[in-house]
Structure formats: C-alpha cells, structure tokens
Write a protein that binds this ligand. Structure first.
Ligand code: GUN
Length: 295
C-alpha cells in the first residue's frame, strides 16, 4: 500500500473556501458584493483554463466577476487604459491580469499600474515591498500564500527548519522565500533560494526539511534530491508528450512523484495540491480587498 503522506490541497482549499464564503455572506448583508475583474491578453490555452477555473470559483462563492479578453496584439497603452478604468470602478475590488503577457507588453509596467488596493495578485511593487518588510496590510501572491497555508494546515513545522525553494520567479519563488524567512509566526525558516545557475543544486535540495519545487522543469526533483522524511511541495505544471495519453500529451509536475512519494515525509499530489490553493487564496484576497473598503 502506498504511504498515506499526501497533503490534500483540494480538501484544504475547500476549508478555506468555506471560511471565505461565510465572510462574503456577512459582507453582502452590509450591502457589498465583492467584485473581481480578470484580464486576459491573447489565447494562451493554459491561461484560458486558469481564468475559467477562477471565474467558476468566484461564482460558487458569490463574488461577482467579469472577464476582459484582449487580442494578442494589444498594445501596452490599450491594456493600461483598461486597467485604469478598472482601478476607478467602485464595483471592482480585485484586478487580476493573467500572466504570461505577450512580449510587446512589459509585465512590470502592467502590474505597477494596478491599484495596490485592488492588487489581489500581490504583484504591485508596494505589495512586494510590504511582504519583504513584514507589513501584513499588503496582499501576498496567491501561490506562495497557498503553499504557506498548506504547510500551516498540514502542521508542518516551519520555524527553524531548512527550506529550499527551487526557482526564483516573481510569481512563486521570490515571494515564497520572503514569506518563510519573516520573523513571524509560522515563518522563521532558514531559506535557500536555488535556481538554474545554482552550483550543487542537488546537494542544497538534499539538506531541505521542506522542499518547494517551482522551477518549471518536468519531474526535475528525483529521489536523490530529497532527504528522507522531507516535506515536498510541487508547484510545477509541465506538459510533456506521451503517445499513450489522450491528445498525445499529459501534465506532470516538477517532482517525479512516484519516485519521491515513498521517501517523503509529506508530499503534495499534482494535480490536487498547490493548484486549488492558488484559487482559494485569490478568493480570500478578493474578499479582503472588499472588506477593507467597508471598515
Ligand atoms: N500566471 C501563473 N500564475 C499566476 C498568478 O498567480 N497570477 C497571475 N495573474 N498570473 C499567473
């Protein structure tokens, strides 16, 4: 029998959704319905799927959502115009511009133009700064915030532990490292941030009590990267060709799950681990953006 060491992201996300739903009802009784705007540029298939999932989660929870789809060739100026309109719309409490954006658009400029009060993605420089400073009034990016909740709610000891974050992207790796090294409850970890240029990457990973794989390489983390008993979090979504699979391809994570599960202390399944948590934290951030207004 396989070890029962899975961190069930779907079930933890559902707990968070239930908590969020109660607070949304309370807010509605005060006459405010949270509103969330999605902006998607182009027809990137994974982005279509992700935004669709976020729309459905909003609807289930009673968050009003609207989706703006712009053509692939949209200029930065046109996209900024839409963002400024949404910034000024009092019925919209959260704005999410789905990444990746096409090359003619500078994503740093785009994210900097979302009002920091509506920046439920936590990508605005003010929110990035607040996270680094330990100022809890900002928004934390949804995937790292979701992983943090997974660790907390699976009772994984964080304080004093050695955490290795694999991947230094702005959406996951960097904010994840910043969250876990804070001098704060459920943090205080010793964090090593590794990436494609790191020397002895495997040796770093082998030291980790908590290994967070967000490097975007299919099944990169093999058995010999993992200290027996370590907690392994798989953020990756990679499409690989597989002649046997429907459509000739399938999705795999950044962790070689079948190899790693038997030696891990705990591990996230993929799918069903980090993905549902990202959505749960987006809903929770949107609720908070709306709650702040009525206080
Ligand atoms: N693309 C991949 N992850 C994310 C995310 O968390 N937010 C946005 N806006 N785009 C993404």
């Amino acid at each position: 029998m396989p070890p029962d060491n899975l961190i069930d992201g779907r079930s933890i996300a559902n707990q968070i959704h239930s908590e969020t739903a109660v607070r949304i009802e309370a807010l509605k009784r005060k006459g405010v319905q949270p509103g969330l705007a999605f902006v998607r540029v182009g027809e990137d298939p994974p982005s279509q799927v992700y935004v669709g999932m976020k729309e459905r989660a909003s609807e289930r929870l009673g968050i009003r959502s609207e989706t703006h789809v712009l053509p692939e060739a949209t200029s930065e100026a046109t996209l900024l115009e839409l963002i400024h309109k949404l910034n000024a719309d009092s019925g919209i409490h959260g704005i999410l511009v789905q990444a990746p954006l096409p090359p003619q658009v500078d994503s740093l400029v785009v994210f900097s133009n979302v009002s920091p009060d509506k920046d439920v993605d936590g990508f605005h420089p003010i929110n990035v700064g607040k996270l680094l400073l330990g100022d809890r009034t900002g928004f934390v990016p949804c995937t790292p915030a979701g992983i943090h909740e997974l660790l907390i709610r699976s009772e994984t000891p964080i304080a004093g532990s050695d955490v290795v974050v694999l991947g230094r992207g702005n959406i996951v790796g960097k904010p994840m490292a910043a969250l876990l090294c804070q001098k704060a409850r459920h943090a205080n970890a010793t964090v090593t941030l590794c990436h494609s240029q790191s020397r002895s990457l495997r040796n770093h990973c082998r030291q980790a009590d908590i290994l967070i794989a967000a490097i975007g390489v299919a099944e990169f983390v093999q058995e010999d990267f993992v200290k027996p008993g370590a907690v392994v979090i798989d953020v990756g979504v990679n499409r690989v060709t597989d002649e046997q699979a429907k459509g000739g391809s399938r999705l795999v994570g950044d962790v070689a799950f079948l190899q790693v599960q038997p030696i891990a202390g705990k591990i996230t399944p993929n799918p069903g681990g980090v993905g549902p948590m990202t959505i749960a934290m987006l809903m929770s951030n949107t609720l908070r953006a709306a709650e702040i207004l009525v206080r």
